[in-house]
Ligand binder design. Structure first.
Ligand code: GLU
Length: 493
């Protein structure tokens, strides 16, 4: 049962500080699913108020990641919407107006403390093992004096946290969370460069944009009471908070690239499918009974924010790889062909003529679909289909197991194979039958003959099914490669 009956307005609010990491993207996925589940809207808002941390090109990469995942947005920086702009650096007037209201209502004050003083204060607090925070020195400057000084001095605006009482925040997953106000310091809401801090920008924007649910990482939980104080002081209704537990590395600890946690676009590059990533990240920290493979439509139907897990989830790359394989296998054959074509277009050398022959790929796809988990594995399975010239592998590679130190015998076995199939009808079934008979006639176990043929025809020891592959490679190329291998083995005798 859904906890929210009306259409939700939710947002993904990344800071453009680099590639979105998967924990952050999981929040976007959950928000998107919730918007679609409730028939509401999903917004994208760029939170670029910390200009020093901005990384060029991030906004483009963020939007590209969402697009690749199929997380469509209804309002955002590129498409606008009723509450545009959706980029915080373009909304400075709104934050200034809010700060002004907070100053006028005596909920905020200007602070003229220099960075040096704040630094000294921090060191003193550390030395005395006191909790860090602003000591309120400028809180008592009379308003008229502060206004006058502001004309010539640098200042920040701080929120005047009440010294008494407590603040309670409701979190959808955790219930009420109460903190004593005296444990909060007078935090900065407007910086000296005129940009707001997140603490101010979040209440201002989420109110202006009519956000119903704020879904974000639980690193924001300690700040939530500050945000609640601002909502209240500005007379804004508070949104419903949903703080998400983090994703942990297998065995605990911080998730890093080493555990396979890459950016979304790197996952795309590595041959993952967007549906598999959406499904996998969605169920990392949320579950629907024992079901793991859920289509996007199913996820939209059953997903509810209220069911998110409070415990940190573990990132399981093996499970993701498995799931990606399932999605590849379940794909419509023509879609799989297109996915493979797109991948090979990228991965095959430029000499291979484009566009790739779809009929040929339609024959190849069923041979590999059970063998691959990632699209990046395709090339390794199929490159020999596209090679015009496959050099005969070094003879030592042929001379293993039964053929160890038996080059003449191996050459004879290949000669028998060539003789049996040259001029025969070229079909997988026919080839198999003929070559089984040839192995029996030569007194060679079928597996040993087939491994010689496989290596000669494909240049590899592990390939898609041999006879189907030979049918696709064609008689002329197969026979030429078999004869070349035979000659090499004779020469080595
Ligand atoms: N810009 C914040 C971040 O990237 C967003 C937090 C939020 O969703 O409110 O962490």
């Amino acid at each position: 049962m859904s906890t929210f009956v009306g259409p939700a307005r939710v947002r993904y609010a990344p800071s453009p500080t680099g590639e979105p990491h998967i924990g952050n993207i999981r929040t976007a996925i959950w928000s998107w699913l919730f918007a679609r589940h409730t028939g509401g809207q999903f917004l994208v808002r760029i939170e670029d108020t910390d200009q020093s941390r901005e990384v060029e090109g991030s906004v483009g990469r963020i939007l590209e990641s969402l697009r690749w995942l199929g997380l469509t947005w209804d309002e955002g920086p590129d498409i606008g919407g009723p509450y545009a702009p959706y980029v915080q650096s373009k909304r400075l007037d709104d934050y200034h107006a809010a700060a002004r209201r907070l100053l006028d209502s005596d909920n905020a004050y200007r602070c003229f403390c220099t960075p040096e003083r704040l630094d000294a204060l921090r060191k003193e607090q550390q030395a005395e093992r006191r909790s860090p925070g602003y000591d309120g020195l400028c809180r008592s400057i009379p308003a008229a004096e502060a206004t006058a000084r502001a004309a010539s001095e640098k200042f920040v605006v701080r929120f005047k946290v009440p010294h008494e009482g407590s603040t309670t925040v409701e979190d959808l997953l955790r219930g009420p969370i109460t903190v004593e106000n005296r444990t909060l310091d007078d935090f900065v809401i407007l910086k000296s460069d005129g940009f707001p801090t997140y603490h101010l920008a979040h209440p201002v924007d989420d109110t202006a944009m009519h956000i119903t649910h704020v879904t974000r990482g639980d690193e924001w939980l300690p700040s939530a009471p500050r945000h609640a104080l601002i909502f209240d002081a500005l007379g804004y209704p508070r949104p419903i908070y949903v703080h998400n537990a983090i994703i942990l590395a297998p065995g605990g600890g911080k998730l890093s690239k080493r555990h396979g946690a890459k950016s979304v676009l790197e996952f795309a590059d590595d041959g993952y499918l967007p549906d598999a990533i959406v499904n996998f990240l969605c169920i990392t920290g949320w579950g629907h009974g024992d079901d793991t493979v859920l289509s996007r439509e199913e996820l939209i139907n059953v997903f509810d924010m209220a069911d998110l897990s409070l415990a940190p989830a573990t990132f399981d790359i093996e499970k993701l790889n498995w799931m990606n394989g399932v999605y590849l296998r379940n794909m419509q054959p023509e879609d799989l062909v297109e996915q493979i074509a797109a991948r090979l277009d990228r991965d095959l050398p430029p000499e291979v003529p484009r566009p790739l022959d779809r009929a040929n790929l339609a024959a190849i796809a069923p041979l590999i679909r059970e063998r691959i988990q990632l699209l990046s594995e395709v090339l390794g399975f199929v490159d020999f289909f596209y090679a015009t010239d496959i050099p005969t592998p070094p003879v030592e590679q042929f001379l293993v197991k039964r053929w160890r130190e038996k080059a003449p015998e191996a050459a004879a076995a290949l000669a028998a194979a060539v003789e049996a199939i040259a001029g025969a009808a070229w079909s997988a079934n026919g080839l198999e039958e003929t070559l089984r008979a040839a192995a029996a006639a030569a007194g060679v176990p079928v597996g040993d003959l087939f491994s010689l043929i496989r290596l000669a025809v494909t240049g590899k020891a592990v390939t898609p099914p041999l006879f189907e592959s030979m049918e696709i490679v064609g008689a002329e190329a197969c026979l030429a490669r078999l004869r070349a291998a035979e000659a090499a083995l004779r020469a080595a005798s």
